[in-house]
Design a protein around this ligand. Structure first.
Ligand SMILES: Cc1cc2nc3c(=O)[nH]c(=O)nc-3n(C[C@H](O)[C@H](O)[C@H](O)COP(=O)(O)OP(=O)(O)OC[C@H]3O[C@@H](n4cnc5c(N)ncnc54)[C@H](O)[C@@H]3O)c2cc1C
Length: 490
C-alpha cells in the first residue's frame, strides 16, 4: 500500500502526561513538531484484549489506563514527590543527570508546573511536630498540582496549535537505515501514514512503549526490552484508632500550608546485606460519604479554576446533599486550613513500597498467540521490610499517644498470601531501562535507544527501581533533561 507521508522536525509518540510536557518545552524552540496519539481529544479507559496477566496481578494495566490527549493525567490526582537525598546521591548519574543536577532540575520543574513546594521545615515548627530518631521513620509531605489534567494545564498551547496534534493515530512500525530512524508508520481510521522526522520521542506510557518496541524487535535488536517491569507494592497493613484526635489530625490530616496543598506521610528506609529498600506510608480514611466529598472537592477546584455560575450551582447542590458534613469540612478548613476526613468506615495505614529490581519480571510478546504477557514478579523479601515499617510506625503512634495501630491480621501473612493480596499503585515502570551498555538495557544516558541516533524514550519505563514514592515528578525531570539536550542537538 502506498503511504501518505507527513514530515516534521520532531515527532512525539503519545500525547499523555509526558508527551504534552515535552511538547510544551520543545515548542518554545521548534516550529515543526507533531504529536500523535492513539486516542481522541478526551482520554478514555479502553479495554485491551491483546494483554494477558501471568504473574502477580497488575491491576493498573488492565483497569486504569487512559488513552488520548492528556493520557493518565486525566485519571491521577497529581501528587508529586522527589527522590530522597540519599537516592539522588546513589542514582542520579544512573538516571542520566550530572552530579548535583537533579535538585536543580526539580526546582525548574516546580516553576514550570506552577507548584509551590510544601515548606516542610516551617510546617513542622509551626505545628510543633516531632518524630524522635529512635523510631527510625521520617515525616514528609508530598506536593500537588493545582491542575492535574495536563490537557487542561496546557490548553492555551494546544488551542494555539491544533494542527500539531494528530489524534486516533496509533504508531505501529519503525523504519531504520544506518542507525537512523527514517519513519514511523501509524494507523489512523484504517489508513496507513508514514511520519518522518529528525528526532522521534516515545512518550506512550510504560506498557504501550514496551509493546511497540517488542513488535519492532527485529529492527531494535535488544534483549532487555520488557525486562525489569515493576511497580510500587501497595498494601493495607492495619487499622488505626486515634488515641488523641487533636494530635492525630495535627500530624496526619491533609491541608493547605502557605498556599500549597500537602499530604502528610511517613518514610522508611532500610538496608542490609540482602537488600536496600524504601517505602512511604499514609493514612486512608473510609466513609460512606466518600463519593459526595470527592464531588465537592472537584466542584471547589473547578470553581477556583473557572469562576462560572454553573460550577457554583453544582457546588451548592452537592453541599446541600451532604448536610452538616459540609459545614464540618468548612469549619476545619477555616480554622486550621485542614481538610477534614470522614472515617465512619475506618482508618487504615497503607504502605507503598519500592520493590527489588527483578530482571525476569517482564512484558513480552508471545509470538504464537500474538498476545502480550504481563509477568509481574515480586521477590517477596519486601514483606519483611513492610512488616518492619509497620512495627516502627506502631511504636511511634502508640508510644507518643497519637493512635493505636492494629497489625494482628497483617503480622501473620506469609509471602504466598502477600503476593496474592498486594496490588500495584498505578505506577507501571521499567521495561525500557537506562544502562551503561546495550547488553544490559535499552537506552543510554541521553535516553537514546542503543544502536540508534535519533530515537528517544521517556517515562517511568526508563527506571530499573522506583524509590519510595510517586514516580512521575522524577519522570518529568528526566523529560526536562531530554528537552534541554534536544534543544541543543537537533
Ligand atoms: C489513578 C492513577 C493515579 C495516579 N496517581 C499518581 C500520582 O499521584 N503521582 C504520580 O507521580 N503518578 C501517578 N500516577 C501515574 C501517572 O499517571 C503516570 O506515571 C503518568 O501519567 C505517565 O505518563 P506518560 O506520559 O508516560 O503516559 P500516559 O499519560 O499514559 O500517556 C501515554 C499516551 O500515549 C498514547 N499512546 C500509547 N500507545 C500509543 C501508540 N502506539 N501510538 C500513539 N499513541 C500511543 C496513549 O493514548 C496515551 O495518551 C497515577 C496513575 C493512575 C492511573
Amino acid at each position: 500500500m502506498k503511504n501518505n507521508i507527513i514530515e516534521t522536525d520532531i515527532l512525539i509518540i503519545g500525547g499523555g502526561t509526558l508527551g504534552l510536557f515535552i511538547y510544551s518545552q520543545l515548542k518554545k524552540k521548534f516550529r515543526n513538531i507533531k504529536v500523535i496519539d492513539r486516542g481522541g481529544l478526551k482520554p478514555k479507559i479502553a479495554k485491551k484484549n491483546n494483554l494477558i496477566n501471568k504473574g502477580v496481578y497488575h491491576k493498573g494495566t488492565f483497569k486504569k489506563r487512559a488513552f488520548g490527549i492528556g493520557g493518565n493525567s486525566s485519571l491521577w490526582g497529581g501528587q508529586l514527590a522527589e527522590f530522597t537525598n540519599a537516592e539522588i546521591k546513589k542514582y542520579e548519574l544512573d538516571l542520566g543527570f550530572k552530579k548535583n543536577e537533579t535538585k536543580k532540575i526539580y526546582r525548574r520543574l516546580y516553576k514550570l508546573l506552577n507548584i509551590r513546594k510544601s515548606d516542610l521545615n516551617n510546617f513542622v515548627k509551626d505545628h510543633n511536630l516531632k518524630i524522635p530518631n529512635k523510631y527510625g521513620i521520617k515525616y514528609f509531605h508530598t506536593s500537588w498540582l493545582k491542575e492535574p489534567n495536563f490537557s487542561k494545564f496546557y490548553k492555551p498551547c494546544l488551542d494555539k496549535n491544533p494542527n500539531d496534534f494528530i489524534i486516533n493515530a496509533k504508531a505501529e512500525k519503525l523504519f531504520i537505515k544506518n542507525r537512523r530512524v527514517t519513519g514511523i508508520q501509524c494507523l489512523s481510521n484504517k489508513k496507513k501514514y508514514l511520519l518522518k522526522a529528525k528526532k522521534y520521542i516515545f512518550a506512550s506510557g510504560t506498557v504501550e512503549t514496551i509493546k511497540f518496541f517488542q513488535n519492532n524487535k527485529n529492527k531494535i535488536k535488544l534483549n532487555s526490552i520488557g525486562s525489569y517491569f515493576h511497580d510500587h507494592l501497595g498494601i493495607h497493613v492495619g487499622n488505626i484508632q486515634p488515641i488523641n484526635e487533636r494530635k492525630f489530625s495535627n500530624y496526619f490530616y491533609n491541608g493547605i500550608y502557605k498556599n500549597s496543598k500537602y499530604q502528610p506521610k511517613l518514610l522508611f528506609k532500610f538496608s542490609n546485606s540482602k537488600y536496600s529498600l524504601s517505602a512511604s506510608g499514609e493514612f486512608k480514611f473510609y466513609s460512606k460519604y466518600e463519593k459526595e466529598i470527592k464531588k465537592i472537592k472537584k466542584g471547589y477546584i473547578d470553581l477556583l479554576n473557572e469562576m462560572k455560575l454553573s460550577h457554583l450551582l453544582k457546588l451548592i447542590i452537592q453541599s446541600i446533599k451532604l448536610n452538616n458534613k459540609f459545614f464540618e469540612l468548612l469549619w476545619l478548613f477555616l480554622l486550621k486550613k485542614k481538610i477534614k476526613p470522614f472515617y465512619d468506615k475506618g482508618i487504615y495505614f497503607y504502605v507503598q513500597s519500592e520493590q527489588l529490581a527483578e530482571k525476569e519480571s517482564y512484558v513480552k510478546l508471545n509470538k504464537l498467540s500474538k498476545k502480550f504477557i504481563i509477568d509481574w514478579k515480586i521477590n517477596g523479601v519486601e514483606l519483611d521490610f513492610i512488616k518492619l515499617f509497620a512495627l516502627k510506625t506502631k511504636a511511634f503512634l502508640e508510644k507518643e499517644d497519637i493512635a493505636k495501630l492494629n497489625l494482628n491480621n497483617f503480622s501473620n501473612i506469609n509471602q504466598i498470601k502477600f503476593k496474592k493480596i498486594v496490588r500495584d499503585t498505578n505506577h507501571p515502570s521499567g521495561g525500557m531501562i537506562i544502562s551503561k551498555n546495550r547488553k544490559t538495557g535499552v537506552v543510554d544516558k541521553n535516553y537514546c535507544v542503543w544502536g540508534t541516533k535519533n530515537l528517544y524514550v521517556t517515562g517511568s519505563c526508563l527506571l530499573k527501581k522506583s524509590s519510595y514514592a510517586n514516580i512521575t515528578f522524577t519522570s518529568l525531570a528526566m523529560a526536562l533533561k531530554l528537552t534541554d539536550y534536544l534543544k541543543k542537538n537537533v
